[in-house]
Design a protein around this ligand. Structure first.
Ligand SMILES: Nc1ncnc2c1ncn2[C@@H]1O[C@H](COP(=O)(O)OP(=O)(O)O)[C@@H](O)[C@H]1O
Ligand SMILES: [Mg+2]
Length: 286
């Protein structure tokens, strides 16, 4: 698979040279292949938001480079502008940025800025609204008439309507009730499956990451603590807990079973895997 994103020795220091100096991202390197679904995990303050704001040029590296589609995004004005559209960033609590009179106008805001014609904008608005489960009637409402979960989905649709090559979501489920969380997760997963867009899903919840990502990048103190498949990462549950991260409950259960002497893998991270494993075990015994 071809490489769509490369982060090379990225460091970001806030307020350099002042008493408030803070190195939020510390010499991070990784790359992402086209179509991958990455979970970027780390406890609060580990540098996740700082890192991802570099991917579309919103923050400038103190040192290091970002390549999108092989181009250094700070090597020219054109490349910086291209990165802004190629990398769609959904901020934490994005509904605070809804401000138009109708949901339709809000979703159309990004595509309009891209200079697309009306017909193309309309097509994109409808497609993006559908991708997040908003009806045509809801498009003509004021964003303020929507529920919290619907507002969040409208804000997400605004980024999807720009049809980014890389979709970056910063804690997209934060502050929602379980139903709202499930809905967002479901729509994002479905979107990835349908369009094959590269997704970087930022969360401090291992449980959420386990449910969606093909590959996990774990941050701690501005650095990458580990990266790999969910199995590889959850196998190191002890280290994760030591860095302040909660492992999925099912992983904890299997770790405890192993501690009590059962021969079970500790890399299990979804209830489905656990059920499958136990069924096999039972089959083996019977
Ligand atoms: N604008 C800022 N100015 C100074 N320090 C900041 C700023 N934004 C974040 N930080 C600090 O940088 C570190 C990383 O923060 P952040 O990237 O928001 O982490 P995360 O998204 O993982 O919670 C934290 O110590 C935070 O306090
Ligand atoms: Mg953050």
């Amino acid at each position: 698979m071809s490489e769509i994103l490369k982060v090379e020795s990225l460091t970001h220091t806030y307020s350099e040279g002042t008493p408030f100096e803070k190195k939020a991202v510390d010499n991070i390197s990784f790359s992402v292949s086209e179509g991958e679904f990455i979970g970027l995990i780390g406890h609060t303050g580990s540098g996740k938001s700082t890192l991802i704001q570099h991917l579309n040029g919103l923050l400038k590296p103190t040192s290091g480079k970002i390549f999108v589609g092989g181009e250094d995004i700070h090597s020219s004005k054109e490349n910086t502008r291209a990165a802004r559209f190629a990398v769609g960033l959904v901020f934490q609590y994005p509904e605070y940025q809804l401000f138009e009179e109708t949901v339709r106008a809000d979703i159309a805001f990004g595509p309009k800025n891209m200079g697309l014609d009306k017909e193309e904008i309309d097509r994109r608005v409808l497609e993006a609204a559908e991708a997040v489960g908003l009806s045509k009637e809801q498009l003509d409402k004021s964003p303020f008439e929507l529920s919290g979960g619907q507002k969040r989905r409208a804000a997400l649709a605004g980024v999807l309507a720009m049809e980014p090559q890389i979709l970056v979501l910063d804690e997209p489920m934060a502050g929602l009730d379980p139903e709202g969380r499930k809905a967002i997760m479901g729509y994002v997963k479905e979107y990835h499956k349908k369009y094959g867009t590269t997704v970087i899903f930022v969360t401090h919840s291992m449980e959420d990451a386990a449910q969606s990502a093909q590959r996990l990048i774990v941050m701690s103190g501005g650095r990458i603590l580990m990266q790999g498949s969910p199995e590889q990462v959850f196998e190191r549950a002890e280290e994760l807990r030591a860095s302040g991260l909660d492992t999925p409950q099912i992983t904890d259960l299997f770790t405890e079973l192993k501690r009590r002497g059962l021969d079970v893998p500790t890399s299990v991270y979804t209830v489905e895997q656990a059920a499958e494993y136990l069924r096999k075990l039972k089959g083996g015994i019977a």
